[in-house]
Structure formats: structure tokens, C-alpha cells
Design a protein around this ligand. Structure first.
Ligand SMILES: Nc1ncnc2c1ncn2[C@@H]1O[C@H](COP(=O)(O)OP(=O)(O)OP(=O)(O)O)[C@@H](O)[C@H]1O
Length: 468
């Protein structure tokens, strides 16, 4: 059975975000009163407003100019450590992504930027390397502290956004291309003696096609004007200089009326700890998700990081005997200390990698599949889910929830979902053989026997489209 979320297997970041997003929607202002200073802005998934406080986000407004040259045009997104803004670099007359790091993490990021690994990465990440790193940085003091500002090229959506359960799936061809480009970029990084350290589909991003040709008015025509909502406090007091006057809803390049997302992906957000073989394992999880929409080690049986080790063992086979009677702590880290760890839980669900690959489903012709049974209409959370992507995105991705099964649209997961997915067209046997072969070379416990990123580049799964 496919779960709504997975945990800690190299793809967890995205799912954490889904949970946060869901929580945001569920928190009513009254329930929030004892916990939160600010009222929800009502703009969907935005930054954590409570972090507009000492040590947190820098209050930023449209039109703000930083470092005398970067004028804020729109918001691109926010994460646990930063808000990210589309800005016009008036010195070089081009768009950039301006990542404003929270004050209490800025010193650590500044120190990281001085490391030798970072310098090697910077000199090799120019041009077409598939590796994206900040182009420059500067610092600014604000009401919440001292912030580092990182200047990046502007990117499109992440592959996790476009390959996400029933919400969105990549077309098979683009999944193979994105998987290949991610492997190629990772091989380049490893050749430099560096590691990624955080290889997830959230960190494989699509580029944008030549956006510097657009004026700011063009952006408004393509994506709509920035949507904002005033920032209000629960108590009714006026926020001080630590908070912006209004919140901006992040733009979504998928809303563009014209195709501006490129088919080429790049790796972002390097952490750089030194284990290439673990990057390869995480890339395997990402490749599976690119093609299937979910992680290979996601399961409703997984409740704690430790369970991820159990689901891996139940999918791939027992852990090597040479590891001995190893125990695992809550985080899934091995230990010999019975005070700190426990044996792996026996999971109810049994499945194999081969079954997971064979179950990958694709879009039915005309967006319709039939079980032969008429079903009860379901209320969907967001009607937009049932509307296919605009034609300019259609060759790249499709929405499973825009598929009609018999008389109703596919909706969220419940006990009926597996039966509904069973009538969707499946991955071809030829492709399933190739993908299974590639993943079997990646998901190898013995790191000395695991394929390398360089070694996987010649694998025929990546090259199916050229051959055929
Ligand atoms: N170069 C970029 N171009 C376009 N959008 C970007 C860019 N960098 C980041 N974003 C957007 O901003 C969001 C937050 O960025 P990012 O994940 O790097 O932040 P973070 O604070 O390091 O978060 P976390 O580590 O919690 O993921 C991303 O999800 C993405 O939507």
C-alpha cells in the first residue's frame, strides 16, 4: 500500500513540509491563541511567521533594495533557515534568487562559505555543471540580528514538487532525464572529492529558460501580481520593526501561462559531509521517487526513523550478518548499548524491490481509467487538484488527481486507493527490468560493492529514450 507520507529515508524533507503545510491549514486562530503571536496570513504555505523575532527572519517587503543593487520583486519561497526572494540585480540587469538566512544561523553559514570544500565547489560550479552554488554573498544588520544574504541563480520548481504522490508525477521520459542529470552532477561532485550530503528530490531543481528576457510587467502578466496579506497579531497590538507589514505569497512558476521551466535539472543545497556511497543510496531513493512519485522505503508501517531501517530490511533482505546483533536507537543509528537501542521491529508489511518497481503506474490515455464500478462522489480539498496542468507543463508532468476512475476523480489515500490505482497503466516490463537492475546495483548494503555515481551513467535505464 502507498502511504501519504514517508519518513527519513533520504526523501523525508519534502514530507516534513507537507505535514507543516497541512498543520498550517488546520490551526484556527482561536486554537492558536495560546501558542502563536501572529494570526495566519491566509496565503497557504508561507514562512513560519513566529520567526519574525530576534535571531529569526529579516522583515522584507517588495521593492526593498539590498546591498545597493538587489531590488525585491517577488517571493520565491521559504524554508527552516531562510526566506528566498526574486530580486532584480540592477547592476548586472538580471534576476537573482536572494536567500536571506535567519540571524541565528548566519554566522555558521558564513563560516561554511570559507571552507576549502566550498571554494573547490565554487570554482567548478560555473557554467553547465549541474551544480548550483551561491554566486556571492553579503551581510546586513537588521532588527532581528546580523543576516547573511546568498545570491543564487533563479531556479524553477524542485523535482519533489513535480513528483509527489497523487498530486503530481513526472512524465516517464523526464523522470529518466532528470535522474541521469542528477547522477551526472553527483559524479562531477564526487570527482572533486566532495559529497552532497543531502541528496533528495527537494534538492534536484528544474532550471528556468532565459528569464532575463522578461520585464517585471511580463512576470505580472505571466504569473499574476504578487499576492499579499497584512501581518496581524493575535492580541491586536501593532507588530514592531521585527516583523514585515505584510506577508507575500510565494510565486509558483507552474502557474505561468507560457513555458518558462526548462527540462534540465541541477543539484542545490550541498551539505558536504564525506561519504559518496551514502549520496549514491540517497540518489537511488530520489531516482525511484522521480519515476514513481514516492520513496521506495515509505510505508504506513514506518512510525519512527528506526522503522525506516526495518522497512529497508523487509524490502531488500536482512542486514548483513557481519554487522552482528546490532541494535538501533530511535534515530535509526546503530548501537551495541541495550540502554540506547532496541532490535528492529518486525513489520507487518512484506514487499520486495521488484514488486515496488512493477507497481509504478502511469497516466492513462485521455486521463480516464475504468474499474467498471460506479463510485460515490467525493468532496476534494482543493478543486484545482482535478484540473490538469496548463498545456505548457503537460509534456513534463501530470496530475494523478486529474485522472477519472470510472465516474470520479482520483482523490487522497484511503482503503479504496490501491484498488483504484490497480487499473492505471503500469510501467512496461522492459523498463521495469532495467530500473530494477539499476536500483539493485544501488541498494547494496556493502558500500564497497555499491555502484558509484560515475559507474551508473552508462546504465541502459537512463538511455532508453535514445535507443528507442
Ligand atoms: N535559487 C532558487 N530559485 C528559486 N527558488 C528558490 C531558490 N532557492 C530556494 N528557493 C525556494 O525557496 C524555498 C526555500 O529554500 P531552501 O529549501 O533552500 O531554504 P532553507 O531555509 O535552506 O530550508 P530547508 O533547509 O528547511 O529546506 C525552496 O523550497 C524554493 O521554493
Amino acid at each position: 500500500m502507498l502511504p501519504p507520507h514517508d519518513h527519513d529515508d533520504g526523501e523525508a524533507q519534502d514530507d516534513d513540509k507537507v505535514e507543516v503545510q497541512d498543520d498550517d491549514k488546520l490551526v484556527s486562530p482561536s486554537a492558536a491563541s495560546s501558542w502563536f503571536r501572529f494570526l495566519p496570513a491566509g496565503l497557504g504555505d508561507t514562512e513560519d511567521l513566529e520567526r519574525y523575532a530576534s535571531g529569526g527572519f529579516h522583515p522584507t517587503h517588495l521593492g526593498d533594495v539590498f546591498d545597493g543593487r538587489y531590488r525585491v520583486v517577488h517571493k520565491l519561497g521559504a524554508g527552516g533557515f531562510s526566506t528566498v526572494w526574486l530580486a532584480k540585480d540592477t547592476t548586472e540587469d538580471r534576476y537573482v534568487a536572494l536567500k536571506i538566512v535567519v540571524a541565528d544561523q548566519s554566522a555558521a553559514i558564513e563560516a561554511r562559505n570559507l571552507s576549502p570544500g566550498r571554494a573547490a565547489l565554487r570554482s567548478s560550479s560555473q557554467g553547465n555543471s549541474g551544480l548550483v552554488i551561491e554566486q556571492r554573498h553579503f551581510t546586513i544588520d537588521g532588527p532581528n540580528g546580523h543576516h547573511i544574504y546568498l545570491v543564487f541563480p533563479v531556479l524553477g520548481p524542485s523535482t519533489s514538487q513535480l513528483s509527489c504522490y497523487l498530486d503530481s508525477r513526472l512524465t516517464p521520459r523526464l523522470a529518466r532525464k532528470a535522474g541521469y542529470q542528477a547522477a551526472q552532477a553527483l559524479a562531477r561532485l564526487h570527482a572533486l572529492g566532495l559529497c552532497h550530503g543531502d541528496m533528495t528530490t527537494a534538492n534536484i531543481a528544474f532550471g528556468l529558460s532565459n528569464i532575463d528576457q522578461y520585464t517585471e510587467d511580463d512576470f505580472t502578466r505571466l504569473l499574476g501580481a504578487p499576492e499579499t496579506a497584512p501581518l496581524e497579531t493575535e492580541s491586536g497590538e501593532e507588530p514592531g520593526p521585527e516583523a514585515p507589514r505584510y506577508i507575500v505569497k510565494p510565486l509558483d512558476f507552474l502557474d505561468s501561462k507560457k513555458s518558462i521551466i526548462s527540462w534540465d535539472v541541477q543539484l542545490i543545497d550541498f551539505d558536504l559531509p564525506p561519504v559518496p556511497a551514502s549520496d549514491v543510496w540517497a540518489l537511488g531513493c530520489s531516482i525511484f521517487r522521480l519515476r514513481s512519485g514516492h520513496s521506495p522505503f515509505a510505508s504506513l508501517d514506518v512510525w519512527a526513523p528506526r522503522d525506516t531501517v526495518a522497512i529497508i530490511a523487509s524490502t531488500l533482505g536482512d542486514l548483513p550478518a557481519s554487522w552482528g546483533d546490532v541494535l538501533f536507537n530511535y534515530e535509526g543509528q546503530p548501537t551495541q548499548d541495550p540502554e540506547k537501542g532496541a532490535p528492529l521491529r518486525e513489520l507487518v508489511e512484506k514487499r520486495s524491490l521488484r514488486e515496488l518497481v512493477d507497481a509504478i503506474y502511469d497516466r492513462p490515455d485521455n486521463g480516464i481509467a475504468m474499474t467498471g464500478t460506479t463510485r460515490r462522489e467525493r468532496e476534494v480539498w482543493n478543486k484545482n487538484d482535478n484540473i490538469p496542468y496548463p498545456p505548457c507543463v503537460e509534456g513534463m508532468a501530470w496530475k494523478p488527481k486529474s485522472t477519472k476512475i470510472d465516474n470520479i476523480y482520483l482523490y487522497g489515500y484511503n482503503e479504496e486507493t490501491d484498488g483504484l490505482l490497480a487499473v492505471m497503466p503500469k510501467i512496461t516490463a522492459i523498463e521495469a527490468d532495467l530500473l530494477y537492475d539499476l536500483l539493485s546495483k544501488i541498494f547494496v548494503y556493502d558500500t564497497a560493492k555499491r555502484i558509484t555515481a560515475e559507474g551508473m551513467l552508462a546504465h541502459p535505464w537512463f538511455h532508453m529514450d535514445q535507443d528507442g
